[in-house]
Design a protein around this ligand. Structure first.
Ligand code: ZN
Length: 504
């Protein structure tokens, strides 16, 4: 006879397999599927979501988790089994609160919404997307109601799906500290930005050469063609489907080499987190990162802390030069370092520089709270968006494609997701500070293109734990303390001080 724990593991493995199938279909929708497949795909995903939900919220799962917990009495709370039971309990309690029908509606609306959004964005016509967004907001409001008795505010329920345990009030406080630190810094550097000429990353770059360049750089980080893929998607993303199956996507902009290069480094950071989770945690709910904030800390770390460092620029310049001789012939490594770190308030979040990026996130964090709380009508969203872009970044939005329609998230019903991007920036700075202290040769290694030591350090300290511990406990294990904004602001002040020659 099998034990309660064995039975629980078997059931959770089934849910995990089904979720991997959902992710595979979603990956396919975003990379390969012809557009007319959209409505059938929405039904397939809705059907799968129903099956996942039936299994994840099955009534017999509750008593099974209780029995498994009893069997484990006395075992270390840090053991894989104890963590598994704790996380299974949390997931089960959350799943039971949401009616299956609502889950199915959310899945269907997300799939249809993404297609409508893509069309609306291509035509820069918010009107095409508006009914879908109204539906997405209404469904999320119903979702939030399912957690009404246990949250301080509605938005808490959304945030908890991506950053377990985080509270809106705390996040708002942290982001206010970021904003107050960034606004004067940005003002100071923007004044000086006019002195620089055009960026060497803008020009004319062939698709094939860009692809070859990216595939030359990524293996340095740990991209391994026998277990990884790189494809194109309108909105780059990464997904770990299983051990030995990591999917990255990027976008090739013929005018802007930075798009493919830096989005690839970014998504590879996500891929390394997924790939680094201990294989024993496969087919369990612990098989992924502890939170989206921690996940984003890994993508940001590789994209910015490594990829925009002076050391990396020194290594990358000859590689860029061999791919695009004319564009980089007369540039030196200091010039490349300055080019990839320029601060320029702009319209598009995913193209924003490191300093203004978090302001794009704060704007979305505020607007989505207002939408979910019913303080802002979807019809008035474009106007509110444009006004705040002017207030925070001083840029005028010319059309909806470059404004409210630029991100996929809301079309997929993802509210509460955006703040994790800013949390990722903050956490990345804390982890970077710790990595530099513990790996004294780090800069020299990066300058030589030797990135394995950093990857293994991250794997050992963070990745292998997967979702075993809460985000707060996980961060504590890596950096020895709680979330703190100081290292992030210090890092940006230091780097921009060098780039723009500011007084110390
Ligand atoms: Zn990311």
């Amino acid at each position: 006879m099998s034990t309660a724990l064995e039975e629980l593991r078997e059931r959770l493995a089934e849910v995990s397999d089904l979720e991997a199938v959902v992710h595979t279909l979603d990956w396919d929708q975003q990379t390969k599927m012809p557009r007319r497949g959209a409505s059938a795909r929405a039904e397939q995903l809705a059907t799968l979501e129903r099956i996942v939900h039936e299994r994840a919220a099955a009534p017999e799962l509750g008593p099974l988790i209780d029995r498994a917990a009893e069997d484990l009495a006395g075992e270390s709370p840090e053991s894989d089994d104890a963590c598994l039971v704790r996380v299974a309990r949390r997931d089960f309690d959350k799943a039971c609160r949401v009616p299956g029908e609502l889950k199915v509606e959310l899945a269907r609306a997300a799939s249809l919404g993404q297609e409508a959004w893509a069309r609306a964005r291509a035509e820069s016509d918010f009107g095409l997307f508006r009914p879908h967004l109204e539906r997405a907001v209404e469904l999320r409001q119903r979702y939030v109601e399912c957690f009404a008795d246990e949250v301080e505010c509605r938005y808490d329920a959304l945030l908890d799906d991506f950053e377990p345990g985080a509270r809106t009030a705390e996040v708002a406080e942290v982001l206010a500290e970021v904003r107050d630190g960034l606004v004067p810094l940005i003002a100071q550097v923007v004044e000086r930005d006019g002195e620089e000429g055009p960026s060497p990353l803008w020009g004319s770059f062939g698709r094939a050469e860009q692809g070859a360049l990216v595939l030359q750089v990524l293996p340095r980080l740990g991209f391994d063609p026998s277990g990884w893929r790189l494809d194109e998607a309108a909105h780059p993303f990464a997904v770990g489907l299983a051990p030995g199956d990591v999917r990255l996507t990027t976008r090739y902009d013929p005018d802007h080499l930075g798009m493919a290069l830096y989005s690839s480094l970014h998504e590879c950071g996500h891929g390394l987190y997924e790939d680094g989770v201990a294989p024993e945690l496969a087919r369990t709910p612990l098989r992924t990162g502890a939170s989206l904030g921690l996940h984003e800390s890994q993508s940001r770390l590789w994209e910015n802390y490594v990829g925009r460092s002076r050391a990396f620029c020194g290594w990358a310049l000859p590689v860029l030069r061999s791919a695009f001789p004319a564009a980089f012939a007369s540039l030196d490594a200091d010039g490349l370092f300055r080019a990839v770190n320029r601060v320029h308030p702009s319209l598009i979040r995913v193209e924003a520089d490191e300093a203004t990026y978090s302001l794009h996130v704060i704007l979305r964090f505020e607007l989505e709270q207002e939408l979910i709380e019913g303080r802002l009508a979807v019809a008035n969203l474009p106007e509110a968006w444009n006004a705040r872009m002017w207030d925070y970044l001083g840029v005028e939005v010319p059309d909806d494609a470059h404004g409210v329609l630029q991100d996929v998230h809301w079309s997929a019903g993802l509210f509460g997701y955006f703040p994790t991007y800013a949390l990722g920036n903050i956490i990345a700075a804390q982890i970077w500070e710790r990595a530099r202290a513990e790996l004294p040769d780090l800069e020299a290694l990066i300058a030589a293109g030797e990135l394995g030591e950093l990857r293994e350090w991250l794997r050992e300290r963070l990745h292998r734990h997967g979702r075993k511990f809460t985000p707060t406990d996980t961060l504590e294990r890596v950096v020895g303390g709680p979330l703190a904004v100081g290292p992030y602001l210090d890092y940006l002040r230091g780097k921009l001080g060098t780039v723009y020659g500011l007084e110390g």
